[in-house]
Design a protein around this ligand. Structure first.
Ligand code: URA
Length: 458
């Protein structure tokens, strides 16, 4: 029997090294016991006699599945992953068998971890605990995702300082480097006003050099280190406004982005995340984030530009004047709105104040690019057959390139995720047309385009 001792509950690198050498040494899953930080047994690097020159290939999806699954709280996760790795030797198509109990369990673990990571990003509530600009938060994630989400918080705080305390590990970012210290005790979990005292005591206990009996803070490995250096670089060289070309290139690059990035996996998570989103600055002046509306599985997705004044207050897309035009046109096209998913390229209302009025301002390319992450996830969850872009901003966001409306109307564009794309006017354009004839003509074309899109839905 081989007992493998991993360095920590999140020591995936150690698991990989040990699993690789155990498998190469022919140690069957029943012959290996996986422990964390216990005494006795072999450390991960010793598990295969210290050999690190063992190589064999595993299907591409295995590591994508194993890395998140290893962060699940289940004590059986390391053994389960080793069993799958072992079986892959004889059953190379194993990962395709989604009904296989091992595969199904690992997938469920990975999904639960992804959800936990997303919730952590959306719900950690930082409080200022010290001037200048030091923040602290206490959070208990459902799985061990604190280190995985660290790059997100580092990016969000860039030049500021924060401590994120969890029962698993605590993360401390001082504006330049990230330190990881042991978890804080949930029994002492701070509530409301006591957070500041709790943070002070905890911080002093781990960083005071006199307290030598406590483990030293460690810098955490990839991918956080790379996020750190990226962030440090960002701090010393503030990013210039991206050029239109750079943003377009980024959009093109992200067009086929994998959705296995720890993002939301349900529309409820999208809604929570959109409201908490700080990917750009538009949240500052908006009432709330406005997520899309409709069911996962809707066959037609309609993408507008951004919520307007009414949508910002209601928290729902297309409920104001433009929404009325859209509703009327959908009805005329025979496409029930209730069977569609309606969303926007940008989820917060961008506007300027003119007296008491909030006047719409077109989102810039950087804001559209930042919000594209949400649109991609909505798309991955809803999986529409047809996506209708209402206007140029929506077309840029949904199709990853500028699409001239006049020239491209009435055509089906083939998109990378098997959906088809259709572009048409934005309903606000119809509202702005000054003369009644032009309005009626444009409305007719708008209905025609929606009818065409609905016919593609099948
Ligand atoms: N215009 C849009 O693009 N979206 C809305 O939700 C409302 C108006």
């Amino acid at each position: 029997m081989r007992v493998v001792r991993l360095a920590s509950e999140t020591d995936f690198a150690g698991w990989r090294a040990a699993a690789r050498t155990l498998r190469a040494a022919g140690v069957a899953p029943e012959g290996a016991i996986w422990t964390v930080d216990g005494s006795g047994g072999l450390s991960a690097s010793q598990a295969g006699g210290g050999r690190d020159d063992v190589s064999f290939t595993v299907p591409r999806g295995f590591l994508q599945l194993a890395a998140p699954a290893a962060l699940h709280r289940s004590p059986e996760r390391f053994a389960l992953l080793y069993r799958i790795l072992w079986r892959l030797g004889r059953e190379p198509d194993l990962l395709r068998l989604s009904a296989d109990p091992d595969v199904a369990k690992a997938r469920a673990f990975a999904q639960a971890v992804d959800r936990a990571a997303h919730k952590m990003k959306a719900f950690v509530d930082f409080h200022r605990v010290e001037e200048p600009e030091t923040f602290a938060a206490w959070y208990e994630p459902a799985h061990r995702v604190a280190e995985r989400t660290a790059p997100f918080f580092v990016r969000r705080f860039a030049g500021k300082r924060f401590s994120l305390l969890t029962p698993d590990v605590c993360l401390h970012w001082d504006g330049e480097a990230l330190a990881v210290t042991p978890g804080a005790d949930p029994a002492d979990a701070p509530a409301g006003d006591s957070l500041e005292d709790y943070w002070r005591a905890h911080y002093a206990s781990v960083f005071d050099p006199v307290r030598r009996n406590l483990p030293a803070p460690r810098l955490i490995p990839e991918p956080v280190e790379s996020a750190e250096s990226r962030t440090a670089a960002m701090v010393s060289h503030p990013a210039p406004e991206p050029s239109r070309r750079a943003v377009r290139a980024a959009l093109r690059h992200s067009r086929d982005a994998s959705y296995e990035d720890g993002g939301p996996t349900s529309l409820e998570e999208v809604a929570a995340g959109v409201d908490a989103c700080r990917r750009c600055d538009l949240w500052r002046n908006a009432t709330q984030g406005v997520p899309g509306e409709g069911q996962a599985g809707a066959r037609l997705m309609l993408v507008g530009e951004q919520p307007g004044d009414r949508e910002d207050l209601a928290g729902r897309p297309f409920v104001g004047p433009a929404g009325q035009v859209l509703d009327k046109a959908l009805a005329a096209a025979g496409a029930p709105r209730g069977e569609t998913y309606v969303t926007n390229a940008v989820k917060h209302f961008k506007h300027e104040l003119r007296g008491k009025r909030r006047l719409h301002k077109t989102p810039d390319a950087g804001e559209v690019a930042a919000c594209r992450w949400w649109l991609d996830h909505e798309r991955a969850i809803v999986r529409p057959r047809v996506i209708v872009a209402l206007g140029a901003t929506a077309a840029q966001a949904a199709f990853g390139r500028p699409v001239p409306i006049g020239k491209s109307r009435g055509q089906a564009l083939q998109l990378s995720d098997q959906a088809q794309g259709v572009v048409t006017y934005h309903p606000s354009y119809l509202l702005r047309l000054p003369d009644a004839d032009a309005k009626a003509k444009a409305f007719e074309l708008f209905v025609q385009d929606l009818k065409f899109a609905w016919s593609l839905v099948g």
